[in-house]
Design a binder for this molecule. Structure first.
Ligand SMILES: Cc1ncc(COP(=O)(O)O)c(C=O)c1O
Length: 385
């Protein structure tokens, strides 16, 4: 059967292909250490699991749920935004719980893009922005994020660009894959850019609690609700990637617009998951500190691994990864990634999969234990002898 034209140019997600290859290598007994994927390996807080268990045991927990999510979860999200980001959100009108923030990216594109409309996407950036724009028959206009500009958009260059038909701009700080933290000045420039060019800024914010002392929301900037939709998620911040809980926050009108699309896609989220997520959002700084201590120790080991590979990196990165420049003796990131995969059975992500601007970089995940990272170092050492 011929697939629809909209799938042209949309490949299988890189990781699903690579995981299949790694699976094949494991079947041959190679026991590959995967330092590629950003899926937290630690569990959520035990109280969160307890709420899920207790609620799931109730006989009235199994019906379809409201398209707008449980009022308890929306109130918890509103309190969480106030507590951590100092942002006021009306729980009844300015919050839409999502089945992970990834689906929100697609919903936003389907809600706002007509065929041929354009969206600015970061290079390097999360590949889903590009595929969601293409699937909704929009066109991507890439903007480069360069190390010498602290991985911030070059607003002077953007001001001179042809922005006709650009309706959306995807941004994401702490940035994935570069780990760059935002500043208030950057956020103010983004709002000014959206306002000046009538572009809706989509801020994807799933990493603000990981290795970052100062979580920030783009919605904390004056007037932001007029120009911004923010996506957020419990996947990384609360070790709940498989639970699929995220949120979309913004002006009442934006929530209503996106809901027109989303309510035709799914039929709400399992109530016990929503109530357990609400519990997770009440966790205090101690819990996040505990998780971050573990990531910090792992990051030290990853720095060691990168030093051994003679990669250069900044120590000021946030999020679940370390982004590092490959030494000049390698043609590009793929050569380095393949070399250690095939010689040492260790996988690290080639930066080129996040866009052409990532070709000279690799991304190492912090979602493996210190022991695994230490073993990776040993394996690479042995194969380099
Ligand atoms: C930048 C970015 N946005 C969104 C997501 C998706 O998160 P969720 O699990 O909430 O769908 C990821 C996951 O890897 C990501 O890296």
């Amino acid at each position: 059967m011929e697939v629809a034209k909209r799938l042209e140019g949309i490949g299988e997600y890189y990781f699903s292909q690579k995981l299949r290859e790694i699976d094949g290598m494991n079947k041959e007994g190679k026991n590959v250490i995967n330092l590629g994927i950003g899926s937290p390996d630690m569990p959520p807080h035990p109280d969160v699991i307890k709420v899920l268990q207790e609620e799931a045991a109730k006989s009235n927990a199994h019906a379809y749920q409201s398209y707008k999510g449980s009022p308890i979860l929306r109130k918890a999200i509103s309190d969480w935004y106030k507590k951590w980001y100092d942002v006021e959100l009306n729980p009844d009108t300015e919050i839409l719980p999502l089945i992970g923030s990834k689906e929100g990216i697609m919903h936003i594109c389907m809600t706002y893009l007509n065929k041929g409309d354009k969206a600015l996407v970061p290079n390097p950036g999360y590949p889903t922005y590009t595929s969601a724009v293409k699937l909704s028959e929009g066109k991507c206009v890439e903007y480069d994020l360069k190390e010498k500009n602290n991985y911030e958009p070059n607003f002077e260059k953007l001001a001179k660009a042809n922005l006709t038909k650009v309706k959306l701009m995807f941004v994401n700080y702490p940035q994935m894959p570069t780990g760059q933290l935002p500043s208030k000045e950057l956020f103010e420039k983004l709002i000014a850019f959206g306002k000046g060019n009538n572009i809706l800024i989509i801020h994807d914010n799933p990493y603000s609690f990981i290795l970052n002392e100062n979580p920030m929301s783009l919605l904390s900037i004056d007037e932001a609700k007029n120009y911004v939709i923010e996506l957020n998620s419990l996947s990384k911040s609360h070790n709940m990637a498989g639970w699929r809980v995220g949120m979309l926050c913004g002006a009442k009108e934006r929530i209503e617009e996106v809901l027109r699309f989303k309510s035709n896609m799914d039929s709400g989220m399992f109530l016990p998951v929503q109530l357990a997520a609400a519990k997770a959002l009440t966790l205090g700084k101690e819990w996040h500190d505990e998780v971050n201590e573990i990531y910090k120790a792992r990051r030290e080991k990853v720095f060691e691994l990168l030093d051994m590979l003679k990669c250069k990196y900044s120590k000021e990165q946030a999020g679940l990864f370390v982004w590092a420049k490959v030494p000049v003796r390698y043609k590009d990131c793929y050569e380095l990634s393949d070399e250690i995969l095939y010689q040492s059975n260790v996988f690290i992500t080639p930066g080129g999969i996040f866009g052409s601007a990532g070709k000279k970089y690799v991304r190492v995940s912090l979602c493996s234990t210190e022991e695994k990272i230490a073993e990776s170092i040993e394996r690479i050492k042995v194969s380099q002898k």
